[in-house]
Design a protein around this ligand. Structure first.
Ligand code: GDP
Ligand code: IMO
Ligand code: MG
Length: 423
């Protein structure tokens, strides 16, 4: 069987957690392939809300295996917190959670390095979640990292010490005020490592290979979004991994020819948390309203998300880079009550009208060109099937499908698992 992908197409927080949870009943295995605890994936069902950071969003289903792939970076401390939370909800995670031995570990000093790096950047800071993501991926590509499989080696603590000592020298090099008590941080870290070691570590590429051979269905869950991709995002205001389709190949060890459907998920408008350019950002009451109705606060850091109209130029780019086969539109309910909606269909870039995402989307070079469409009045949150959706909403979806040349097969009309409509 092929591996299907679910990818965020904007700047993250599109609603990946919710949709992975919805789709899990169709899959035997849910596999995260990149990112780490910078992600915050929200699931809502039975009147309860859960936020996952590293653990795949299929974990609440009894029959699914959840795999943390080699491309993911794991902070044992945050991972333990997630496990404790699952235990509180009586989720028997031990039988259905597998960890790749090749996944890299986020050390306490990686988090400190992240803080030091951001502090040293001043106004140019990326707005990182400060979870140590950048420094951990730097150690991975620099060939210095510690991996989950290293925890099975006799000398792993010595390896840890060598790396942490080096990090401390690097923190001092930044010459910024980062206060810390490493002994205290390490106490928490050692405890968390023991919890992690109770889980099953596997050679995940071999596991997935066998699973595919045996006809198992697999869904790869992305974190962040295409515009935060290290290569294709709004660099340097991006994360440190490939969030796009290719990241699933390297982050799981799945060959490109074994990729099946690529589900691309987007909000009916746009949000961004952290720094960096955002052409359709709104600074007026319309943006405020989207943020308020959409409850746009980061699931990991609680920061207010910046809001703006849908940017079809950027979305088209993400559809192309990922080879999206089906689209999923989230949060249509948040746009109810607007007389007209704006959709950015081109950019005015250095005087010319263009319809592709250029190298630089900084505001001094670029201005969005909008197409206006009619809004809808109805509250969508109680709607259960496609036939009840208002005409103007369907017109909006049809317009996007045409522009993006890709079918929108699911629309989401609220945070709950049940507020999901298949078209
Ligand atoms: P993820 O990182 O892509 O998993 O998304 P987040 O969980 O960070 O952010 C999505 C937010 O929107 C969460 O608070 C969800 O509960 C909520 N959400 C998801 N789908 C919908 C929807 O269709 N309508 C509304 N109003 N909220 C939604
Ligand atoms: P999910 O999976 C939204 C953003 C941060 C910052 C930049 C770099 O929930 O969609 P990092 O911590 O990776 O060094 O931060 O990327 N960012 C996210 N924004 N959703 C996320 O994940 C994000 N993960 C990172 O705000 O701008
Ligand atoms: Mg999120």
């Amino acid at each position: 069987m092929a591996v299907d992908l679910l990818l965020g197409l904007q700047w993250g927080d599109e609603g990946k957690g919710k949709i992975v949870d919805v789709l899990t009943s169709k899959y035997d295995i849910i596999a995260r392939f990149q990112g780490g605890p910078n992600a915050g994936h929200t699931l809502e069902f039975d009147g309860q809300k859960h936020v996952l950071h590293t653990i795949p969003s299929g974990i609440f289903h009894d029959d699914s295996i959840n795999l943390v792939g080699n491309g993911v970076v794991i902070d044992p401390v945050i991972f333990k917190r997630e496990l404790d939370n699952l235990a509180k909800h009586n989720v028997d995670y031990k039988s259905k959670l597998l960890i790749s031995r090749k996944a890299h570990l986020i050390l306490p000093t990686h988090r400190l390095l992240d803080a030091a790096s951001e502090a040293s950047k001043g106004k140019a800071k990326i707005g990182s979640t400060l979870k140590g993501i950048g420094p951990t991926y730097m150690d991975k590509t620099g060939r210095n990292g510690l991996r989950v499989g290293d925890l099975e080696l006799e000398d792993w603590k010595e390896r840890y010490r060598t790396l942490a000592d080096k990090h401390e020298k690097m923190i001092a090099f930044y010459d910024v005020d980062v206060q810390y008590d490493l002994a205290e941080l390490e106490k928490e870290f050692w405890t968390a490592i023991e919890t992690l070691k109770e889980l099953t570590f596997i050679d995940s590429e071999e596991y997935l290979h066998q699973a595919m051979k045996n006809g198992k269905t697999i869904l790869a869950e992305g974190a962040q979004g295409s515009l935060l991709d290290i290569d294709f995002g709004t660099y340097p205001f991006v994360t440190s991994s490939n969030t796009t389709a290719a990241g699933a190949c390297t982050g799981l060890g799945v060959a490109p020819r074994n990729i099946g459907d690529a589900f691309g998920i987007f909000k009916a408008y746009t949000t961004r948390v952290g720094s960096g350019p955002f052409p359709t950002e709104l600074f007026d009451e319309v943006g405020e309203r989207m943020g308020k109705v959409g409850n746009e606060f980061g699931a990991t850091t609680g920061r207010k998300r910046r809001c703006g109209w849908l940017d079809l130029v950027a979305l088209k780019y993400a559809v192309q880079v990922n080879g999206i086969t089906q689209l999923i539109m989230m949060k249509g309910d948040v746009l109810s009550g607007f007389d007209t909606l704006k959709v950015c269909t081109a950019y005015k870039y250095k005087g010319d009208e263009i319809t592709h995402l250029p190298f630089n989307i900084e505001p001094e070079n670029l201005e969005p060109i909008y197409t206006e469409v009619k809004g809808w009045k109805e509250d969508l949150t109680k709607m259960k099937d496609a036939s009840s959706l208002p005409k103007e909403f369907n017109d909006y979806v049809d317009f996007l499908e045409k522009e993006l040349e890709t079918p929108i097969t699911i629309v989401s009309v609220g945070p709950d698992r049940k507020q999901t409509i298949t078209r």
